[in-house]
Design a protein around this ligand. Structure first.
Ligand code: SAM
Length: 250
């Protein structure tokens, strides 16, 4: 990155704690350390003309070589997967987070301006897996926010990072459904009550209610996810009824 301070949040909260307890190791590199001119230049005009600037290949090449060499000493035989945040990359999702959480080493190349000279990625791809990753269908100013999001989603899946591993199981996007609504004390607030079933102490009823809520909410907010759920589950008549009530037509 050319903005190491953009990645300061990696010292906070669960990720910071995971780093301090040695569950994950993270290092931030300043791209300008790999420039050799007085102005520490990292960009230049786009070949072929057009608006904006493009990141020059030399500092990126040196930075990637440095990260590979530094890491190779610590992890002989392991190469990182290079993730390149880009609005034209594959869309990041929970399935990709699980996949990345299974890898030993990730490196991120955070572009700015109109992006990084493509030859950097072609060159890196000769030595390591390179993947362009998009946070979503919109354009950010740089890759840092995307890197933060990917790191957070991946690191919280590593064993020991989230205190109660059970809290990872019923979350949104696990098993294709969104999470059910959650409540806490007080039981009554501004005339609104916590749903009665949640105070019943009847675990099976609570579980059934939560499952219904997950289905309803997913059908209402993200009908696109229901098809993936149906591909893996034969719905019960009651589930069919709920989906129909939420206007889902498959
Ligand atoms: N001209 C580029 C394009 O249309 O693909 C957009 C460049 S954007 C202004 C600058 C940088 O922000 C990109 O190189 C990328 O690193 C990052 N970025 C922007 N949108 C992103 C997204 N949706 N997901 C991941 N990274 C993104």
């Amino acid at each position: 990155t050319i903005f190491p301070e953009y990645l300061a949040p990696l010292e906070l909260s669960l990720i910071g704690k995971a780093r301090r307890s040695g569950l994950v190791e993270l290092a931030v590199h300043d791209l300008r350390d790999f420039t050799h001119d007085r102005h520490r230049t990292v960009d230049d005009a786009p070949a072929g003309g057009g608006a904006g600037m493009v990141m020059r290949p030399e500092p990126w090449g040196e930075a990637i070589d440095h990260v590979l060499a530094a890491g190779a000493g610590e992890r002989p035989g392991v190469v990182p997967t290079l993730l390149v945040p880009s609005p034209s990359g594959r869309r990041f999702d929970q399935a990709m987070a699980h996949e990345l959480a299974g890898l030993d080493w990730l490196a991120f190349a955070c572009g700015r301006y109109e992006g990084i000279d493509e030859r950097v990625l072609d060159d890196a791809a000769e030595r390591l897996p390179v993947r362009a990753v998009s946070l979503g269908d919109y354009v950010l100013n740089g890759g840092e926010v995307a890197a933060l999001a990917v790191i957070e989603a991946v690191v919280r899946l590593l064993p020991g990072v989230v205190g109660n591993a059970e809290s990872l199981v019923e979350e949104s996007h696990e098993g294709h459904l969104l999470e059910y609504p959650v409540y806490t004390r007080p039981a009554s607030w501004r005339g609104r009550e916590v749903p009665e079933v949640l105070s019943s102490g009847h675990h099976a009823n609570v579980a059934a209610w939560r499952h219904e809520q997950r289905l309803r909410r997913t059908a209402r907010r993200r009908p696109d996810l229901i098809a993936a759920w149906l591909a893996e589950h034969e719905p019960t008549p009651r589930e069919r009824e709920l989906l129909a009530e939420e206007g889902w037509v498959g």
